[in-house]
Design a protein around this ligand. Sequence first.
Ligand code: PRP
Ligand code: URA
Length: 209
Amino acid sequence: MGKLIITDHPLIQHKLTIMRKKETSSSDFRSLVTEIATLMGYEVTRDLELQDVEIETPLMKTTGKEISGKKLGIVPILRAGVGMVDGFLSLVPVARVGYIGLYRDPETLKPVTYYNKMPSDVASRTMIVLDPMLATGGSLIEAVNELKATGATSIKAVCILGAPEGVEAFQKAHPDVDLYLAAIDEKLNDHGYILPGLGDAGDRIFGTK
Ligand code: PRP
Ligand code: URA
């Protein structure tokens, strides 16, 4: 089973509470998504491999550390995952960015894929899928299916808010993928929305409601 990591740093919890409030504006919501993504990115990159490197300071030669091993790619799920891109890129500016376009059919709650553009070398990268919301899990499961079909073998998934139903479904579908979440809420409502949740993340980020 993939690991489930809850990144419940006090700053993340505080920012998430502001995101949940219905009166929080789109511009504040967007900034908070970026800030939380950055803080989560710090945890997600904690296990990056290092190697020794010989360098010279202005005073003497010494041995430093530099990141080695697989390079990173990030894959936001359109639309709301785009809100998390800048946070991750601020930590790893050289990461490549792929996009998966998915929306959840409001009647069936099943994901519908409309776009897939990955870096050419996904097989040699650790690919990090980003989406603020994990509700039924259908979208994230399908995004990882697509990524695996493109050749990715090392994948992590990062969401801000999850429902227990989605976490269980995702871990069952992709037991080889570690899942990072800032919080797990109580349940889904009859329309597949997370309760208490924060509403529709895409609409709140892009001001479309
Ligand atoms: C939201 C969210 C996830 C998905 C989660 O996207 O950003 O992608 O729902 O739900 P699930 O776990 O039940 O699949 P939405 O379908 O609203 O698409 P949009 O933001 O592009 O409009
Ligand atoms: N998508 C969202 O944006 N919010 C939810 O609560 C569920 C799915």
